[in-house]
Design a protein around this ligand. Structure first.
Ligand SMILES: Nc1ncnc2c1ncn2[C@@H]1O[C@H](COP(=O)(O)OP(=O)(O)OP(=O)(O)O)[C@@H](O)[C@H]1O
Ligand SMILES: [Mg+2]
Length: 325
């Protein structure tokens, strides 16, 4: 069921529902099929590394036959980006303004959008836009992301339309100014100015977002992971709406931590009654969605040898949401 033709598989869902576990199991499934697979984690807590039983870094590392993994360190990327700007600036601005510029860059590094923007740039690079070794998106048959972009990032991705209007307005304005400038230069007998670097950068950014979005629309499948509880169901409904508002493809839902339908004791029976209600609610609210369920394991899932059991359940054919018997 998970083995679709789409090259990018993204797992979304509330905190702690099992995205990282599902992503690792899913990446393992692809690798078992001989598909060259890259598992990408965005989790600063290194859960993927723990689960795979090996340290991971900011560049792809080989896990086993056909499987590679990396942990995006967006903070480090943002830091490197700001350092690069500072280095460039040192050669192009006068020494008196340098301290002020450094203060500004320092503020920029700690402002909320910077890390997210670095994450988006990295994401864009990984799915095949840009330059450099890892950006050869075609090097991978499948790329599995353990956490889908959040609402904010999605808005950035939806932005190219807006950005185009804005960039074009800006270009016209700058061209007017530069036209005037050129006329004065010509009158003064000086030569033509070179291309405008600000406009070039804006256009580059717009094109990058546009390409990323196109790639997501054409190549990405989202799976929403949830547990059979009320808050998770609500969050799933919201995520589904957001993704579909952006015309992204949601392949289906994965209901994780489903309790086995047998068990002794008042506590377990009470939980099962509630779980049946939630499963019935899922069937009713998402009647046409493929739905995979993954059993609540008796033991914790924390090592590579725990993953095949999860993978086997993900590999099952999807079915309509059904309350357990
Ligand atoms: N089916 C399952 N049975 C038992 N334990 C599970 C199951 N699925 C996940 N877990 C456990 O639940 C915990 C959370 O899972 P995981 O880290 O995959 O969630 P997550 O959605 O990635 O969390 P976060 O939002 O923090 O990134 C882990 O300790 C994991 O081992
Ligand atoms: Mg996680």
């Amino acid at each position: 069921m998970l083995l679709s033709d789409r090259r990018l598989i993204l797992f979304g869902g509330k905190g702690g529902v099992g995205k990282t576990t599902m992503a690792a199991a899913c990446a393992g499934l692809f690798a078992d099929q001989g598909l060259r697979t890259l598992l990408v984690s965005t989790d600063p807590a290194h859960s993927t590394a723990d689960l795979l039983g090996m340290p991971l870094g900011n560049a792809p590392r080989r896990v086993r036959e056909s499987l590679w993994a990396l942990e995006i360190d967006a903070e480090a990327d943002a830091e490197a980006h700001v350092r690069r700007i500072a280095r460039d600036a040192e050669h192009s601005v006068s020494p008196e303004v340098l301290p002020t510029l450094r203060r500004h860059l320092d503020l920029a590094r700690h402002s909320p959008g910077t890390v997210e923007s670095a994450m988006l740039d990295r994401f864009a690079g990984l799915i095949g836009w840009g330059s450099g070794a890892e950006t050869a998106g075609d090097a991978w048959d499948r790329i599995v992301f353990d956490t889908a972009p959040t609402g904010h990032t999605l808005r950035l991705l939806a932005l190219p339309g807006l950005l185009t209007t804005w960039v074009e307005g800006m270009v016209r304005q700058r061209e007017r100014v530069r036209g005037m400038d050129r006329m004065l230069r010509n009158l003064a007998g000086r030569e033509e100015a070179t291309a405008d670097p600000v406009v070039a950068r804006l256009r580059e950014r717009r094109d990058r977002l546009r390409a990323t979005r196109a790639r997501l629309l054409a190549d990405a499948a989202f799976w929403l992971v949830l547990i059979p509880e009320r808050l998770a169901i609500e969050e799933t409904a919201r995520a589904l709406r957001t993704l579909e508002d952006h015309d992204l493809t949601v392949s289906g839902l994965i209901v994780n931590r489903v309790l086995p339908d047998e068990g002794e004791g008042a506590f377990l029976r009470a939980r099962l009654v509630q779980q049946r209600e939630r499963m019935a609610e899922l069937a009713q609210r998402f009647p046409t969605r493929p739905l995979l369920s993954v059993a609540h394991a008796a033991r914790e899932i924390s090592a590579p040898e725990d993953l095949p059991d999860i993978a086997r359940q993900l590999d099952a054919p999807g079915r309509a949401a059904q309350p357990p018997m």
